[in-house]
Structure formats: structure tokens, C-alpha cells
Design a binder for this molecule. Structure first.
Ligand code: PLP
Length: 375
């Protein structure tokens, strides 16, 4: 029998883990995790049991938390997403999936008899959310680029036009970063005279920078969204998975329920809520500001353009949607997929040029890809 050396030294275990994380995090290209923000100033907060229990806008009797800053984060993105004055609300979630669950939950409470429509390119977690919420739903065809097929959407809605309509729109699909057009969805409602409708935007991947893209995609409250979810650990670079959901306040008021025990309103999915993750988001938006976030977006778009030019020479089938950070190409060798941690589906893989990925890293990746093509 092989004897395994068991080390009981926690310092050594942690040291080894840290080394492994350092090495592997330098080589991620296929998953949208930014990693270039320095958070050391926030380290002292790890000593405290922060908990933003309940609704961020209503003080709780438990007072050790960061709700003041959480509210600033919600206000910042409500403004960025052009919410109506005094008609916005939201909270920091555990990720994009929870934000989508929340948006769909609000929609169901408003329109219990509605049917949910979403494209077949939608993130896998949405199916699970619909199952949890027990909402009737219909998948709509996606175009080749991953964007929803508006003709199929209109036809399908028209067949069920007596029912209220809930649409889950993608601002950045997982595989191709395709963006559904919220404005076009509104036009369909008009055509079909649909009066009861709700659009939830899954902006987990690119909602956090869509406002800085030119031309600005049609995705926000001014365009017709009722709620928007984004992830905080993707483009925004939070080191702990988190996200943000913003909804019209009038919608959230419909479901608010006062809970005596915590002295707050039970408007969120979890009761106890992470008090640390709002700090990371607040820190990022405060340090970067609108100008910094815009530059962060432009820098990534430039790296993506550089990578696209390079990969086309090696892989003529490579393609990308305009103004996105995602490049799709036929799935490369297993070694490359493993080394660069690429996600793949139906024999296609992609790289996502998130903040932290620069031209040198792209060059290193392209070298590996070129070598693998030789043998
Ligand atoms: C990442 C992602 C999700 C899920 O978000 P999490 O933050 O991982 O929970 C949902 N939809 C899309 C399009 C995503 O890219």
C-alpha cells in the first residue's frame, strides 16, 4: 500500500493552497473572472461578523454590517441603469443566479398567470430558477450569434396572447456574449397589444459594463427593463462571488412583508446576507468611478480586438459579436482547454478578455494554440 504523507501543519497547507491558487488564477482565459483590483485596504473587515440581514434600505436591530455602503452601490447602478427617479430598489446578492431568481420571483408575484419566455442560449441556472418558482415557460430559438430570434418570440407570444408575458432577456449570453434587445421586445408588446408584461434582464456577464459600450445596448430601465441582475465577481472583480439586483421600487413594494424579529422587511431571498461583498463592490465603484469603469471597458475591448486579430490567423472560423469581450472558436486540444481553463459547449470554446488579461497573456495563449496546431 502506498503511504501518504499527511502534513498536520496548517501553515504549510495554506501556503501550498495559496501557491496553487496563484498559479492557476494566472491562467484563466475561459471564465469571466477579473482579478486586477487590490483589496488589501479591506482586510481588517474580515475580523468582524458583518451581516446585512433583511432589506438594505430599512435598518435592522442587528447593526454590525455595511448597509450604508450597500445602499450606495444600489444607488450607483440604479443611476447607471437609468432607473426612474425614486422608483428603484435593490440589494447585493450572492451572485447573478440569485439576482435572476429574484427578478423572476418579483415578476411572478406581479403576474402569477404569466408565461416566461427566454432564448435557448440562456444560462443553465435560469431553468433551475423557473423550476424552483414553478413558472410555466417556453424556450425561444436563438439566432446563430446567440441573440434571441425576435420572429420566433413574437409568433410564440401571439399564440398565447391572452396570458401576461414575462421575458428573461440576456445582456451577454454565457457562450457568445450575445445581447437581446429590450427595445425590440417592447415593440413586440405594442404590436400584439400585450398589456401585462415584465422584462427581467440577466446582465450577469456584461450588464456591469453594457452602459459603457458604444453604441449603448438596449437593456436598461429607460429601455423598458423591470429588473436587472449583474454579477459582482466577473467584470467588477470581487474576490467573493456576489451580485446585484435592481428592480423598480413599485414592484418590490408589492411583495414587502414586515418581520418583527429582525425589525426589517423580508424583501430579500436570503435572510442573513453577506456584509463583506458590498464592501468590495463599493470599493471598486468608488476607486474607479464612472470614468474608471468606462476606461476599464475600453481597455478590455482593445485586448479583445487584439486577440481576435491574432486568433483569426490561427483559426479562420473564430468569430465574435461586435463590442464584446468574448471570442468563440472551435474547441482546441485537451491540453489547451485544461491549461487555460476554457469552457466549451458543442465543440466550441471561448476566451473572455476580462480585466487582468493583457496582450502578453493573449500572446502566450496564441503561442500554445499555434504549437498545438502543428502536431
Ligand atoms: C455567470 C452567469 C450567470 C450566473 O451568475 P452567477 O454570478 O455565477 O450566479 C447567469 N447568467 C449569465 C449569462 C452568466 O454569465
Amino acid at each position: 500500500m502506498e503511504t501518504e504523507l499527511i502534513t498536520t501543519n496548517p501553515t504549510e497547507i495554506l501556503h501550498n493552497l495559496l501557491e496553487k491558487i496563484r498559479a492557476t488564477s494566472a491562467m484563466t482565459m475561459g471564465y469571466p473572472a477579473a482579478k486586477n483590483i487590490e483589496f488589501t485596504e479591506l482586510l481588517p473587515f474580515l475580523q468582524y461578523p458583518l451581516n446585512n440581514v433583511g432589506d438594505p434600505f430599512i435598518p435592522s436591530t442587528y447593526n454590525v454590517g455595511s448597509r450604508e455602503l450597500e445602499k450606495e452601490v444600489v444607488a450607483f447602478f440604479s443611476n447607471l441603469f437609468r432607473a426612474e427617479e425614486d422608483n428603484w430598489w435593490g440589494y447585493v446578492t450572492n451572485g447573478g443566479s440569485e439576482g435572476n431568481l429574484y427578478g423572476l420571483y418579483l415578476a411572478r408575484e406581479l403576474y402569477p398567470k404569466a408565461i416566461v419566455y427566454y432564448s435557448e442560449a440562456t444560462h443553465y441556472s435560469v431553468q433551475k430558477n423557473l423550476h424552483l418558482l414553478n413558472m410555466p415557460n417556453i424556450a425561444i430559438r436563438a439566432q446563430d450569434n446567440g441573440e434571441i430570434d425576435y420572429e420566433d418570440l413574437e409568433k410564440t407570444i401571439s399564440i398565447n396572447r391572452q396570458m401576461p408575458v414575462i421575458i428573461l432577456a440576456n445582456i451577454g449570453t454565457t457562450m457568445t456574449e450575445a445581447r437581446d434587445d429590450v427595445g425590440k421586445m417592447k415593440t413586440i408588446f405594442k404590436h400584439l397589444a400585450i398589456q401585462h408584461h415584465y422584462i427581467h434582464v440577466d446582465g450577469a456577464l456584461s450588464g456591469s459594463y453594457a452602459a459603457f459600450v458604444d453604441p449603448r445596448p438596449s437593456f436598461d430601465f429607460a429601455d423598458g427593463a423591470d429588473s436587472i441582475a449583474i454579477s459582482g465577481h466577473k467584470f467588477l472583480g470581487a474576490p467573493i462571488p456576489c451580485g446585484l439586483v435592481i428592480a423598480k421600487k413599485s414592484h418590490r413594494d408589492r411583495i414587502a412583508r414586515s418581520i418583527d424579529y429582525i425589525g426589517s422587511l423580508d424583501t430579500t431571498i436570503s435572510g442573513s446576507r453577506n456584509g463583506h461583498t458590498p464592501l468590495f463592490l463599493w470599493y471598486t465603484i468608488t476607486k474607479l468611478g464612472i470614468a474608471g469603469l468606462k476606461k476599464r471597458t475600453e481597455d478590455c475591448l482593445a485586448v479583445a480586438a487584439y486577440a481576435f486579430e491574432k486568433i483569426k490567423k490561427l483559426e479562420p472560423l473564430a468569430w465574435k459579436n461586435p463590442s464584446t469581450l468574448t471570442i468563440s472558436f472551435p474547441k482546441p486540444s485537451t491540453e489547451i482547454v485544461k491549461k487555460w481553463q476554457l469552457a466549451s459547449e458543442n465543440n466550441w470554446a471561448h476566451i473572455i478578455c476580462m480585466p487582468g488579461i493583457n496582450n502578453q497573456l493573449i500572446d502566450a495563449f496564441m503561442n500554445d494554440l499555434a504549437l498545438s496546431k502543428k502536431d
